[in-house]
Each structure stands twice: as structure tokens, then as C-alpha cells.
Write a protein that binds this ligand. Structure first.
Ligand SMILES: C[S@@+](CC[C@H](N)C(=O)[O-])C[C@H]1O[C@@H](n2cnc3c(N)ncnc32)[C@H](O)[C@@H]1O
Length: 158
């Protein structure tokens, strides 16, 4: 018969190894971010989310795209204030995408959010934005210019 203490030790060790591996994998993903994107993952400060939400003037018919959605904080905050609208997060780098997925599903599990948020692991130059009523981007100035250029081109081609 296996002693109970050995079983507890084994389970504790398995948890420690799993936690260690998770931290290692997340660290590698974080360090690898520049391989995927030129604009780094710098989340917008929490204290400006309210002002962004007010400036966006969303209503229940709105569809908001966040170009480079990071950890999803802009979409999650907006969805908590305006649950009837639709939200799309476009994020290319794996690390912020994983964090955003965790943030989104932990809130769903806690029933804090009944959102219509879709996270897409895509380049923000690729997605079809024809359904967007609102587009948000918090990027470096040159990336902002490129995104704006792309939006102008797609609007002109309609
Ligand atoms: C400055 S952060 C902003 C994050 C979030 N929107 C916020 O306001 O907290 C820019 C984000 O854009 C992502 N990104 C950069 N270039 C991208 C691209 N070409 N396609 C999709 N996402 C990109 C980065 O990985 C990063 O998470």
C-alpha cells in the first residue's frame, strides 16, 4: 500500500512542476513578443478606460474593434458598461492573446460578464472591418499612421 503522505507529496510536486512550466512558457512567450509584432505590448492605464469608454459613445448597435487588443482590457471594460454591443479584439502576439483569453474566460466563469467579445489572433492589417462601427487603437504613432492609411484605403474602395 502507498502511504498517504507519499501521495500528497507527489500531488504537491506535480502542481509545483505545472506552475513552474506555466511560468516558463509564459516568460518565453513574453520575451518572444518582438518576433511577432513591432509595436510592443504596453497595456493602456486602467484609469483612462472610463474616459475612452465615454469618448467611444457606444450603444447596443455598436461593433467595436480593438486593433492590437493586448490583454483585452479595453474590450472587457466596454463590454461591462455596454453588454449589448459587439466586440472584436485583433491581436497577433501570443503572450497578450493568452492573457486576454484568460481575462475574458475568468470573467465569464465568474458570471461578471455575458459578453459578445471575440478575440482573433490576426494581424490588424488583415481583418475584414466592414462590420465595424467603432475602431480603437493604442499604438505607436507610425503604426497608428499605417492603420489609418489602411482604413482610408478600405473606405475608398467601397
Ligand atoms: C500598446 S499595446 C495596446 C494594447 C491594448 N489595445 C490596450 O489598449 O491596452 C499594442 C498591442 O498591439 C499588438 N500588435 C502590434 N502589432 C500588431 C499587428 N500587426 N497585428 C495585431 N496586433 C498587433 C501588440 O502585441 C500589443 O498587444
Amino acid at each position: 500500500m502507498i502511504p498517504l503522505l507519499s501521495v500528497i507529496h507527489f500531488i504537491a510536486l506535480a502542481f509545483l512542476i505545472a506552475a513552474y512550466l506555466s511560468i516558463l512558457i509564459l516568460s518565453i512567450m513574453y520575451l518572444a513578443t518582438p518576433l511577432f509584432v513591432r509595436v510592443p505590448y504596453i497595456p493602456i492605464p486602467q484609469e483612462v478606460l472610463e474616459n475612452i469608454f465615454i469618448a467611444l459613445e457606444l450603444d447596443n448597435a455598436s461593433t467595436l474593434y480593438d486593433m492590437g487588443s493586448g490583454d483585452g482590457r479595453v474590450l472587457i471594460y466596454a463590454a461591462e458598461q455596454m453588454p449589448g454591443a459587439k466586440y472584436f479584439g485583433i491581436e497577433k502576439a501570443p503572450f497578450p492573446f493568452v492573457i486576454a483569453t484568460y481575462n475574458l474566460y475568468s470573467r465569464k466563469l465568474l458570471k461578471k460578464l455575458k459578453p459578445r467579445i471575440v478575440l482573433l489572433r490576426e494581424d490588424f492589417f488583415d481583418p475584414d472591418l466592414s462590420r465595424a462601427t467603432h475602431i480603437f487603437a493604442y499604438l505607436f504613432p507610425d503604426a497608428m499612421d499605417s492603420v489609418l492609411e489602411r482604413l482610408k484605403k478600405s473606405a475608398a474602395s467601397k
